[in-house]
Write a protein that binds this ligand. Structure first.
Ligand code: ADP
Ligand code: MG
Length: 339
């Protein structure tokens, strides 16, 4: 009997791996926006066409890439952000897996333009099916522009699974808002089919929340701010009278990374107990910062699920901090909380 096992060619392996990172246009949006943030950009523009199915482009004024790096960034496990396994536990950047651009290059037609400040000319690269089809020097402002066209053009089965444009647009806007909230000090814009939907000037977190969720929050946000040696929390929660009947604008960020956590949501809701009607939902935008060694963000490819070394401490802290912030609204006198 002949042997039957074969190594898959790189481009097929990349396509398979890409499925985990790039599930839909919004996943690519998240990865490209995070790369721009990691590159130190202060202005980040997102352009989409046809709900990202035709075009997703992110233009940043970050540090740009050398000619070699501009080619390297599309290789799998190619990253400038970690060098060894220890670094994984001290991550301060949004990315670290070195998989996003390789995945994007496997499932879309990609055009990159990038220039560093020290270089006279920038680099232009076109990629299809993980293969460079054109590379040449180009005049370019400092920073990087990455455009991906015709997502899943080479994987019709995936393309057919994409939802309607309104549904995919909603996912894109969700990702955009998450990144925009975690970096209010940066300018962001989102242009969809030629119309600018968001134009977010640099500002404070409070200004960003109002820009995104409406002027009505101007006088309706309560500051949350507490600090211990182990962790600190800051951000805003809505006054009890702003609670809505639909679960809406609720965000937890851990070390500036958006996370989903029913557990911490429970801590927060318990702090509102007796202040809002059951089945109503307050706005919250809360940032929890702690030693990166105390969280494992490497449990899921999209990094939205994380593991805390000590979950209970974080729960108790969130609950106490929010109760403390809301104490002014309680009718019954509250005890001081030990933080
Ligand atoms: P990761 O972000 O996990 O490192 P990516 O595949 O997203 O992996 O990116 C690979 C590398 O390409 C990054 O580590 C970075 O060095 C470089 N890179 C990607 N996007 C940009 C950008 N917008 N500006 C400058 N460098 C970038
Ligand atoms: Mg990345």
């Amino acid at each position: 009997m002949p042997d039957i096992i074969q190594l898959l060619p790189d481009n097929i392996a990349n396509q398979i791996a890409a499925g985990e990172v790039i599930q839909r246009p919004a996943s690519a949006v998240k990865e490209l926006l995070e790369n721009a943030v990691d590159a130190g950009a202060t202005e980040i523009r997102l352009i989409i066409q046809d709900a990202g199915k035709q075009l997703i482009q992110v233009i940043d004024n970050g540090k740009g890439m050398s000619e070699t790096d501009a080619r390297m960034c599309f290789e799998r496990h190619a990253t400038s952000k970690i060098r060894n396994i220890d670094d994984l536990f001290h991550i301060r950047t949004m990315g670290f897996r070195g998989e996003a651009l390789a995945s994007i290059a496997a499932v879309a037609q990609v055009v990159l333009k990038s220039r560093r400040e020290i270089d006279e000319a920038g680099t232009y690269i076109e990629i299809e099916n993980s293969t460079v089809i054109k590379q040449e020097p180009v005049a370019s402002p400092v920073g990087t522009s990455i455009a991906m066209k015709n997502l899943f053009f080479n994987i019709p089965a995936r393309r057919n699974f994409l939802k309607s444009n309104p549904a995919e647009n909603r996912h894109i806007v969700d990702e955009f808002i998450r990144v925009a909230l975690s970096f209010p000090e940066l300018f962001f814009s989102l242009t969809s089919n030629g119309t600018e939907m968001f134009h977010l000037e640099k500002g404070t977190l409070k200004q960003r929340i109002v820009q995104l969720f409406g002027n009505s929050y101007n006088s309706k946000l309560v500051t949350v701010q507490e600090k211990t040696d182990y962790l600190n929390i800051h951000g805003f929660v809505g006054k009890p009278d702003t609670a809505k009947k639909t679960r809406g604008d609720q965000y937890f960020f851990v070390n500036n990374r958006f996370i989903r956590s029913p557990y911490l949501n429970h801590a927060l809701m318990s702090a509102y107990q007796d202040l809002i009607a059951p089945d109503s939902f307050p706005l919250y935008v809360l940032f929890i910062d702690l030693d990166p060694a105390q969280v494992d963000i490497n449990v899921h490819p999209t990094k939205q699920e994380i593991k805390f070394e000590d979950e209970k401490i974080v729960y108790a802290f969130v609950q106490a901090a929010v109760k403390h912030a809301l104490a002014q609204f309680s009718i019954t006198p509250t005890l001081e909380f030990d933080l």
